[in-house]
Design a protein around this ligand. Structure first.
Ligand code: HH2
Length: 269
């Protein structure tokens, strides 16, 4: 098994925080996915609803319109990568799976639509369950925890148990601490430092730090110039036990992770 997997981000949204609008046209999104796989992505994550802080929800119809054609287009290329759909909606996930997706990335961990777990179970899909405090519209309004790492870990254990109770085999579940989703700069750094406690749950940990604002707070860089900071977070995350890296910039992250994996080996904790 590869020591890590890169999940390349394909946002088909007019308003995503780092690449919004650029891939609004489906053909451009398919070409972008192709490039990410050529650069080394093992998974491409197609999302039609921005979850950036303050983002407004998108209707089912609009999300279907944005996502399904792109998933179909990527599937038609027959790339050596799996297609993930980044959605919290059952109907969107079902259509994306019918179009060729085999992985559901739900930032609400099946809390928005619990029936989504049934789809994952019935169709034998893999999934990512992510921690988020509150909802995107309000999540950055003074987030508070007793202890951020213990709270996130308890949440992920509870959602993993709920997924298994819905019929999803444990081996099909990845867990994600949800960097930036209802977290301050210090919360994000504490999660990175103590990521081993999340990895100790025993499921592969997904890390989504790519270009996020906490990197901008540290480096003073705008969103388009956070790639070096992103690579640093991925290398730190790998050393602390993360195994799937959701990023916009696949090639530089692959280099960083290759060096980290050669140094620490696949079994570091
Ligand atoms: N972050 C974003 C979206 N989906 N999924 C997982 N599992 N983990 C993450 O950290 C994560 C995610 C937000 O980033 P992005 O897709 O770049 O922006 P937007 O939500 O504005 O489209």
């Amino acid at each position: 098994m590869a020591p890590f997997e890169i999940m390349g981000v394909v946002n088909v949204t007019p308003d995503s925080f780092s690449d919004g609008g650029r891939l609004a046209d489906a053909a451009a999104a398919v070409r972008h996915a192709h490039r990410l796989v050529e650069e080394g992505a093992a998974i491409v994550d197609v999302g039609g609803e921005s979850t950036r802080p303050g983002a407004a929800p998108v209707s089912v119809q609009e999300e279907l319109r944005r996502v399904v054609g792109v998933v179909e287009g990527i599937a038609a290329l027959g790339l050596p990568a799996r297609i993930s759909v980044d959605t919290m909606k059952l109907e969107v996930a079902r259509a994306a799976v019918d179009a060729g997706a085999s992985y559901v990335n739900d930032v609400t961990a099946f809390r928005h639509e619990p029936e989504l777990a049934g789809l994952v179970a019935d169709r034998g899909l893999d999934c990512c369950l992510m921690h988020m405090l509150g909802e995107p519209r309000t999540m950055q309004d003074e987030p508070r925890y007793d202890d951020v790492v213990s709270d996130v870990k308890a949440f992920l254990e509870e959602r993993l148990a709920a997924a298994v109770a819905a019929g999803i085999p444990e081996r099909s579940v990845h867990l994600d601490p949800g960097i930036g989703f209802g977290k301050t700069l210090e919360h994000n750094l504490e999660l990175l430092r103590r990521l081993g406690e999340i990895a100790a749950i025993g499921r592969p940990v997904v890390l989504g730090t790519s270009r996020k604002s906490f990197i901008g707070r540290i480096t003073g860089r705008d969103v388009g110039a956070r790639v070096h900071g992103t690579v640093a977070t991925c290398v730190i995350g790998f050393e602390r036990g993360a195994r799937v890296f959701r990023v916009h910039d696949v090639a530089p992250v692959l280099d960083g992770l290759s060096v980290a994996a050669a140094t620490f080996g696949p079994d570091v904790r």
